[in-house]
Unconditional design. Structure first.
Length: 284
């Protein structure tokens, strides 16, 4: 990846994380941990990959994104705000009565949201349906579904996996955010879905692994996904829950907790320091 592009992606991802903390702090509730672990992924998708238009969010030929792990809506909202789908200040109204941004994605009320999600396991089924519709219509769009590693403990995920492979939905890419933690603890201790790669392979998917926080590796994974025909693609990304906030990283208590005033300041200080450093660094 070009060094200047990579630097801009890192800057944007840092701003996305700032938006996530701003939203959850002002809401006094929400899910920062898993939102922070998918910030780089969504930054790459909306900056480099997707055919979308903030001025025409419902254009028929747009690529679709289904946030199957809908509780991580703060990440999606922050990216959409930075892309211009709605004003950035809406982030501070997250979960407020009468506000645009609900606790989980709402396709009817939020520009840029392609599917209302939140009940885990259902988003990937909706994404598979969208992909099949695209095939039947000979449409050129792709569908990207983002799942949690705890979410894939749901049986409906594997019904959708069978359906997608059976219908050869090569316009469907599922990204599993493997940060190793869910609300009750380590996924391996709650109800282990491991080995994730082998399961998707056995269900007839083309499987790719990637480092969720390395834009070079993210680009490699998505470039490979573009070359696959007659199979859906599963990208298993290894990520860090709470990424780039020291006291949140790999800490399960931040799955669904909002920072208090002191924690908010600490988090924002860390992110703003990172942003300042990125802005000052020269591109070699």
């Amino acid at each position: 990846m070009d060094a200047a592009i990579k630097k801009q992606l890192e800057i944007t991802a840092c701003k996305v994380r700032i938006g996530i903390i701003e939203a959850v702090y002002n809401a006094k509730s929400g899910h920062p941990g898993g939102s922070l672990s998918i910030a780089d992924l969504l930054t790459y998708l909306y900056s480099m990959k997707l055919n979308v238009d903030p001025k025409n969010p419902k254009m028929p030929d747009r690529d679709r994104v289904v946030l199957s792990k809908g509780h991580c809506a703060p990440a999606l909202y922050s990216v959409l705000a930075l892309r211009g789908f709605f004003p950035y200040d809406e982030l501070k109204k997250l979960r407020k009565i009468g506000a645009m941004l609900q606790g989980h994605p709402d396709m009817k009320g939020t520009p840029g949201v392609d599917m209302s999600t939140g009940s885990l396991g259902q988003g990937i089924s909706a994404a598979a349906g969208m992909a099949l519709a695209g095939k039947l219509d000979s449409a050129g769009y792709k569908v990207y579904a983002v799942l949690g590693d705890g979410e894939i403990e749901e049986g409906q995920v594997w019904e959708a996996a069978m359906f997608a492979a059976h219908n050869k939905l090569d316009n469907l890419v599922a990204i599993v955010d493997n940060n190793g933690l869910q609300i009750d603890g380590k996924i391996t201790e709650v109800c282990s879905p491991m080995p994730i790669t082998d399961k998707f392979d056995a269900f007839g998917w083309h499987v790719i692994t990637m480092d969720a926080h390395d834009f070079d590796d993210i680009e490699r994974a998505f470039d490979e996904s573009e070359k696959i025909n007659y199979k859906p693609v599963a990208i298993i990304q290894t990520s860090t829950k709470g990424r780039h906030i020291s006291f949140m990283e790999n800490n399960v208590s931040w799955h669904g907790s909002a920072p208090n005033d002191e924690q908010y300041k600490l988090a924002m200080d860390e992110l703003n320091t990172r942003l300042e450093t990125l802005l000052k660094e020269e591109v070699l």
